[in-house]
Design a binder for this molecule. Structure first.
Ligand SMILES: Cc1ncc(COP(=O)(O)O)c(C=O)c1O
Length: 365
């Protein structure tokens, strides 16, 4: 409705306004000139898979062999091919929600029976979103094939603990259930270097697929590049699925990803600083709006907040665009539990964000 309208401040998408740093762009251009323009390895250039293995090793201090890594054409594609490997029609897939809607769509395309387990929101001093693990286990019927967990979470910013990861892993091992762990926000964290990862608790052959992406960390949303970490024995099925879905990712883009991984740690630090500043601006504004229920997230770059008296979040978000020129995402986009909620992406330039807060104050204050 308002896409491309310059009068509207777009806080609806899950991306920052930071351009991909020049040194990463140059690496792609150089690789193109050097002739990285041909068909390529289905599961990714060996040197990129090695660089990803090193990146994992650096972050978690644990070896992850390149045989466990498949490069994909985005985090979204990683989720899609994960579902293609795991889900047959009629299989139950449980999603911890509220969650980015594409995960549910991917499970639906495969004919999965999708159920969402909502996190519980509590106004508290610390973490505000809680996972009821016992309830999650109770939802696992005979036909349950996979649990999809996005931590740090979009839209909530919920971050799963290592203890919770271990408990779920133990349960899934016994019940032969796959875990699809979407960790694309693992580096957008405010009190540590990286969020707890399933990679730290699994054995290589565990039935766990970990999704990650270049999009959020290195300001590369438009490049469409991600990766999957999977059991080594699944290299062949993933190679086949890449062949039939995308036939691989442009080699010159992959070369630039190696540069991002090896020389781009400061890009992630800057991204987190930008998000932290955005989180502060939004938090200060929201603390003065009595109808708004909000706690700053521990991770990811979204303010997900409830608004008293709002009945239809989609209708409300559309009206907000017309009335004050700020674009937010309606809570219902993330599942039925999101009815009274709105999502705002704060990974943006601070002056633009302040203007957006001034405009929103006309409605929320
Ligand atoms: C939770 C989550 N997972 C995966 C993705 C996919 O990211 P991309 O396809 O840009 O790599 C997104 C993007 O918004 C997301 O929010």
């Amino acid at each position: 409705m308002a896409l491309g309208n310059r009068d509207v401040i777009p806080l609806w998408y899950g991306e920052s306004d930071v351009k991909t740093p020049a040194f990463i762009c140059h690496a792609a251009a150089t690789a193109m000139e050097e002739g990285y323009t041909f068909y390529t390895h289905k599961r990714g250039l060996p040197e990129l898979r090695e660089a990803l293995a090193d990146y994992s090793q650096r972050l978690y201090g644990l070896p992850v062999g390149a045989d466990r890594i498949t490069v994909t054409s985005s985090g979204m594609t990683a989720i899609m091919i994960a579902m293609q490997v795991v889900i047959d029609p009629g299989d139950r897939v449980i999603l911890v929600g509220p969650v980015w809607p594409n995960a549910e769509a991917a499970a639906n395309i495969m004919g999965g029976e999708v159920c969402q387990l909502p996190l519980r929101y509590e106004d508290g001093e610390t973490q505000s979103w809680h996972l009821d693990i016992e309830y999650l286990f109770a939802m696992c019927t005979e036909n349950t094939r996979a649990i999809f967990i996005n931590s740090p979470g979009n839209p909530t910013g919920w971050m799963m603990s290592t203890r919770e990861q271990k408990e779920i892993l133990e349960f899934c091992r016994l019940r032969n259930i796959w875990i699809i762990a979407d960790e694309v926000y693992s580096r957008i964290v405010y009190d540590r270097l990286v969020a707890p990862s399933f990679l730290e608790v699994i054995e290589p052959e565990d039935s766990v697929l970990v999704v990650n992406s270049f999009s959020k960390n290195w300001a590369m949303t438009g490049w469409r590049l991600g990766w999957l970490t999977h059991p080594p024995s699944f290299a062949k099925p993933f190679s086949d699925l890449i062949e039939f879905n995308t036939s691989g990712t442009p080699a010159f883009l992959q070369k630039a990803c190696i540069t991002a991984l090896n020389d781009g740690e400061h890009v992630i630090n800057d991204m987190v600083d930008l998000c932290r500043e955005g989180r502060d601006i939004v938090g200060t504004a929201m603390s003065e709006w009595p109808r708004v229920r909000y706690r700053a997230p521990e991770a990811a770059f979204y303010a997900f907040f409830a608004l008293e008296g709002m009945e239809n979040s989609l209708k409300f978000a559309k009206q907000l665009v017309l009335d004050v020129g700020v674009g937010l995402a309606p809570g219902t986009a993330f599942g039925p539990e999101g009815a009274g909620w709105l999502r705002l992406c704060f990974a943006r330039d601070s002056s633009e964000l302040s203007t957006a807060m001034d405009r929103l104050a006309n409605v929320f204050a």
